[in-house]
Design a protein around this ligand. Structure first.
Ligand SMILES: [Zn+2]
Ligand SMILES: [Zn+2]
Length: 765
């Protein structure tokens, strides 16, 4: 589960049995308990020597016997938060050291140590919190070298207390002693604090500071079925009782979200009462990143209809900060913990937000500032692998290793929805926290601010800036902040495929299948069902879904009935059905139908997301997408109710010029006449599309000889489609790549943009 890129230049056979060794570690090796760990390991093996932090990482010298055993031990048992990126090792002359010492840090030179992500409360800190005799009993801000905030409190490097948001808190003598004691579990834990010297909770009700105990007051708010804003690690949450219909209704009203799924926070026992939890999913929940994991609900689950109407999965996370743990333990039931923001606005993380009192009945805050925002990560398990919906807290800013080295520093600005940006330098890429929908001015400002923060933190200056070619994407404007940088455009769906190749370090040629809602195509139409062949140096369009008219452009994404109408109109002989559907929407329906017939007020699209929209609407699963992908998610949930079907509907591959085109209209025609249950029809649609993708792959492979297929794009968040496609492709001899590090959705495209642009600036590929 833990992303661990270890690049160790060590051949254990070459380590002498006895003598003196010097070891250099780079990666995340400072502020994570690395030196005390080496100290204890040296004691265990009775070795002498020293360890010290340097500007490049950690240097260790050891002298004695059983050296291969020691090296083996330390590489296998490194502290949970550390990430050894490289380990270099050399034999040096013996010095007859008598002791093992932790030496003062070398602080000369620029610190190029990596920054750790924020890490969930560890087991030792949990034990202390629960112990009435411990001085941190019930303390909502406890942490140690193995856990606590990192990225979100760091204001600069090197990682030292004055360059964190803890700089305003002076350590008490007890904390200072722990901080200085090499064998203490808080040795050099920069956010160290205790009830005497650390941050304090505060409660505001209707904008006024509340008297009395803040935690008690907050619990009263929750128990009264009201909405509580809670300051967390990377931002504020809105919390309420998931089991209370009244509380949920109030939250949905305040957030202006009638049906959007909300994430829940609960103990493992509570989660298991509601959802099926596989071993892989349990490991993900318990991992130091503590992400939200989407879990299938158990039959008869009562929460799902309120938490995620029309869906069959709930996103659960464990309490990951000490404050969360107190709230869940005292309440004794699952709480909604949804990001505090209004609709598509960015996550609120500043205490002076004027929006916060409007979104919640009370605000539970504290006086440790959040340095930079970082939303919760969301993922699913696919084949026991992590399959990200959103990669953010707990993972950012872990770098993603690339299969090439760029001579230029690249900044890629991402797309418009689920936006992230990527900084690429040398052979690694840093993908930013989730920013959100940069169609709003505040989100655009958030992206700009986060870019500047990361550029400062890592002392980088972009020489190449990558943007999406869509002329209406507002974040294109951010490129103007970097005069002198070369501006490069990378097409949306090529970026999807490239993001997968980059995270998998795939240098070979692939057949890329990118299925999503929409992206600006080379020809100015809206793409979204695309086949490419090529590699990270360039991807050529090799096929696509049959273009269909998209009535009203973006309006069709919000109103899937428009797409249903357009699909019906395109099916020969389904005209009367189209007219009946149009009538349902009155005057507006008839106008839209007119536009479709006359091909005005819209564009052509190959979008697969819109195809799912249309099919879901035709099957009566709804008319509107209240949030991106709502109806397609319902279509998947419906299909998952059915027994696996064997038979596909018909479809066709047609040749348009040199390009094969997958025509799914035949399938829709058959679906409309199918007498099976809705769930079975939904399943068959998935199966038909998977078969269509396979036949397109066989067709393209016949031309190019490529045998590897890369599956990306937001539609592949649909695990049923991913599973069926992968099985069919593998059965037919294809090697299949899927995402495990960045999302298949638009949260991944910044990485692909950066990678495709950067291959122009590397000598060897
Ligand atoms: Zn801890
Ligand atoms: Zn203290």
């Amino acid at each position: 589960m833990k992303p661990r890129k270890v690049n160790m230049d060590l051949r254990l056979a070459a380590v002498p049995e006895r003598g003196r060794l010097r070891l250099h570690f780079s990666g995340i090796v400072q502020g994570v308990g690395f030196r005390p760990f080496l100290y204890r390991a040296a004691e265990k093996f009775k070795l002498k020597g020293f360890v010290k932090n340097t500007s490049a990482g950690v240097t260790l010298e050891i002298e004695g016997n059983r050296l291969p055993g020691f090296v083996n031990y330390i590489t296998r048992n490194a502290p949970p938060l550390s990430l050894i990126e490289t380990l270099r090792l050399e034999a040096v002359p013996e010095r007859n050291s008598r002791k093992f010492l932790i030496l003062e840090s070398e602080t000369n030179g620029r610190n190029n140590v990596m920054v750790s992500p924020d890490i969930a409360l560890c087991a030792n800190c949990q034990k202390e919190m629960a112990d009435p005799s411990d001085r941190r009993h019930g303390y909502p801000f406890t942490n140690c070298t193995d856990c606590g905030p990192r990225l979100t409190i760091i204001t600069g490097l090197p990682y030292d207390r004055p360059l964190t948001t803890m700089k305003g808190f002076t350590m008490c003598p007890d904390c200072a002693r722990e901080y200085r004691l090499p064998l203490d579990r808080r040795y050099h834990a920069q956010p160290i604090s205790c009830p005497q010297c650390g941050p304090k909770l505060s409660l505001q009700i209707k904008g006024k500071a509340s008297e009395g105990d803040s935690l008690d007051g907050a619990i009263k708010i929750l128990k009264a079925d009201k909405v509580l804003a809670v300051k967390g690690i990377g931002g504020y949450h809105l919390a309420c009782r998931a089991a209370s219909a009244a509380a949920m209704a109030r939250l949905r009203r305040l957030k202006n979200r009638e049906r959007k799924p909300f994430a829940l926070m609960a103990t493992m026992a509570m989660i298991k009462k509601n959802c099926r939890v596989s071993q892989a999913e349990k490991n993900m929940l318990l991992s130091p990143a503590a992400p939200i994991v989407l879990l299938e609900t158990l039959p008869g689950n009562r929460l799902v209809s309120r938490v995620a109407p029309g869906q069959n999965r709930i996103g659960f996370m464990l309490p990951y900060s000490p404050l969360h743990k107190l709230l869940i333990e005292i309440m004794g039931e699952p709480l909604v913990m949804t990001s505090a923001n209004l609709a598509d606005e960015p996550l609120i993380f500043r205490d002076d937000s004027r929006m916060l009192p409007r979104l919640a009945d009370a605000v539970l805050a504290h006086d440790r500032p959040i340095g930079t925002f970082c939303d919760d990560s969301v993922l699913q398990a696919f084949n026991k692998d992590t399959y990200f919906i959103r990669r953010s807290r707990g993972f950012v800013p872990l770098p993603i290793g690339l299969p090439f080295t760029s001579s230029r520093t690249v900044l890629a600005l991402g797309g418009m929805l689920k936006t992230t940006f990527t900084l690429l330098q040398g052979d690694r890429a840093l993908v930013s926290p989730h920013i959100g929908d940069t169609g709003t001015t505040s989100a655009l400002a958030a992206e700009k601010e986060a870019i500047n923060h990361f550029l400062d933190l890592f002392a980088l200056r972009p020489e190449v800036v990558v943007i999406d070619p869509h002329p209406a994407y507002p974040n294109r404007l951010l490129a103007a902040d970097f005069p002198g940088a070369e501006i490069v455009e990378v097409q949306h769906h090529r970026a999807h495929i490239a993001s997968l190749l980059a995270e998998r370090s795939e240098k070979g040629k692939v057949l890329g299948i990118a299925l999503d809602g929409s992206g600006y195509g080379d020809d100015g139409t809206i793409w979204g069902g695309e086949f490419f062949s090529g590699d990270l140096r360039g991807l050529e369009r090799a096929g696509h879904l049959l273009p269909v008219f998209l009535p009203g452009g973006d309006a069709a994404a919000r109103e899937p009935w428009r797409m249903a109408l357009s699909l019906l109109r395109a099916i020969p002989g389904a005209g009367p059905k189209a007219e009946r559907l149009a009538k349902k929407f009155g005057r507006k329906g008839e106008q839209v139908l007119e536009c479709i017939v006359e091909r005005r007020g819209g564009v052509m699209t190959t979008s697969c997301g819109r195809l799912f929209d249309g099919v879901a609407a035709l099957l009566g699963l709804g008319d509107l997408n209240q949030f991106e992908g709502e109806l397609p998610m319902r279509l998947q949930a419906e299909a998952e109710k059915a027994q696996p079907q064997k038979q596909s509907y018909p479809y066709a591959i047609e040749q348009k010029g040199a390009m094969p085109v997958l025509n799914m209209l035949l399938a829709l025609e058959a679906l409309l006449d199918d007498k099976k249950s809705r769930a079975e029809k939904a399943y068959r649609f998935h199966l038909t599309l998977a078969n269509g993708l396979l036949d397109m792959a066989i067709h393209c492979s016949g031309v190019s000889g490529i045998q590897t297929v890369a599956l990306s794009g937001g539609v592949f968040q649909n695990l049923l489609l991913l599973k069926l496609s992968r099985e069919l492709l593998q059965k037919n001899g294809f090697q299949v790549l899927h995402h495990t590090l960045v999302p298949a959705n638009d949260g991944g495209i910044a990485l692909g943009q950066a990678a495709l642009a950067a291959t122009k600036y590397c000598k060897e590929f």
